[in-house]
Design a protein around this ligand. Structure first.
Ligand code: PLP
Length: 396
């Protein structure tokens, strides 16, 4: 008899975005003329920059000419893009070889797939509140999860201690949903902890491009000792608006070994079996992100999202509401005012000022009483929403 992967029966349905959509739908049906201000979305709203669009057109033309046509791409990534990514790291003082960079279709794919490298007996440490995919990928794989709740008291940046025992450690910095960013000193503690125990850190750097404080680490490989204990997973989704275009990259250092097995070599073996590479057209266009023209253009877009963040932060500052994030991350994580619960505050904002955000409880139990605003919305909507929130909350 065929036995399906019974781990799926242990998976909780993710009601978060479904519930939000249902509530917004019901509100809109009852108030068809009212505009909804969306500060909940984690998707970008600005189009791809010109450099990338030109790259896409040029690459499409390459595919029309027998002299420049490409069939299957190398499974671990086109050499030109692996080099462009490694050069980008090198320009920031992180020394990598091109062969340590693997091109992917995005960070979500990799966060799940990379678990193939590790035996199922390993336990995965997940700091909560967390990006829901970490939990789901581990439950699907039948892995034990060690939940580490974080709090306002530690700025949502918990540090390791002897009570923690796990072989895989997920770190996300800048964090989704809290927007909190580990300092170099804090990350060093995690790196030392992992090296001392033989654990491996899966470092999700999907929001590194939003860091504006140069003292903060954009890559875990800025930390001494990380090359023997970390894998970094990154994405152009938020950096360059690739959510619908799809491109990511994963860095596995050559010296990362456990039990005599080399994880970089294992990943080469995995990729050459399980993928046939990312589309030539997308990889060629992604290269444009790493040119000086591309960097200037993507940072101009990021600046628009950062302006949105400043607009929201000003409103919260005026109200004296506690929050993290916003400055070095595209998310603002705030304490719900007047002791409101996450969903209570959601309903309040929707009903009173037609603003939609994301209840913190949806990212783990310790998110109850908190709320996430995304800064990826339109500047006009963000400005009006912030004004209305400031005005209405000042009245209560
Ligand atoms: N990691 C984090 C923390 C995210 O928030 C997201 C997307 O929202 C991803 C990874 C997934 O990125 P991608 O679009 O590359 O799959």
């Amino acid at each position: 008899m065929l036995i399906p992967n019974m781990n799926y029966s242990h998976m909780k349905d993710s009601y978060l975005f479904y519930n939000i959509a249902q509530k917004v739908k019901a509100y809109s049906a009852a108030h068809p003329d009212e505009h909804i201000y969306r500060l909940g979305i984690g998707d970008v709203s600005l189009p791809l920059c010109d450099a990338v669009i030109n790259g896409l057109h040029k690459a499409a033309d390459d595919q029309a000419d027998p002299a420049t046509f490409n069939g299957y791409m190398p499974e671990c990534g086109a050499p030109f893009l692996r080099k462009a990514v490694a050069d980008h790291y090198r320009s920031r003082g992180v020394q990598l070889t091109d062969e340590e960079v693997f091109i992917s279709s995005g960070a979500s794919d990799e966060l799940g797939d990379v678990l193939d490298l590790f035996d199922r007996v390993n336990r995965s440490l997940i700091i909560e509140p967390a990006y829901p995919a970490y939990v789901d990928a581990n439950v699907m794989g039948g892995r034990e999860i060690v939940h580490l709740p974080s709090s306002k008291e530690n700025g949502f940046l918990p540090l390791p201690d002897d009570s923690i025992s796990a072989e895989l450690i997920y770190l996300c910095s800048p964090n989704n949903p809290t927007g909190a960013v580990f300092s170099k000193e804090q990350l060093k503690k995690w790196v030392d902890f992992a090296n001392a125990r033989g654990s491996v850190i899966l470092f999700d750097a999907a929001y590194e491009a939003f860091i504006e404080d140069d003292t903060l680490p954009r890559s875990i490989f800025e930390i001494e000792g990380a090359r023997t204990c970390a894998i970094e997973i990154c994405s152009l989704s938020k950096t360059a608006g690739f959510t619908g275009t799809r491109l990511g990259y994963t860095v596995i250092p050559a010296e990362l070994e456990r039990c005599g097995m080399n994880l970089n070599a294992m990943w080469v073996r995995n990729r050459t079996t399980k993928t046939n590479g990312v589309s030539y057209i997308i990889q060629r266009a992604a290269c444009e992100v790493f040119t000086s023209e591309g960097q200037a253009q993507i940072h101009a877009n990021i600046e628009i999202y950062k302006n949105n963040a400043r607009t929201i932060m000003q409103a919260l500052d005026k109200l004296g509401i506690w929050y993290t994030g916003g400055k070095n991350a595209p998310y603002i994580w705030l304490k719900c005012p007047n002791g409101m619960g996450s969903w209570e505050f959601f309903d309040f904002l929707l009903n009173e000022v037609q603003v939609v955000g994301t209840p913190g409880e949806g990212f783990g139990k310790c998110g109850e009483g908190y709320f996430r605003f995304s800064t990826f919305g339109s500047p006009e909507d963000t400005r009006i929403a912030a004004e209305m929130i400031a005005k209405r909350l000042a009245e209560i």
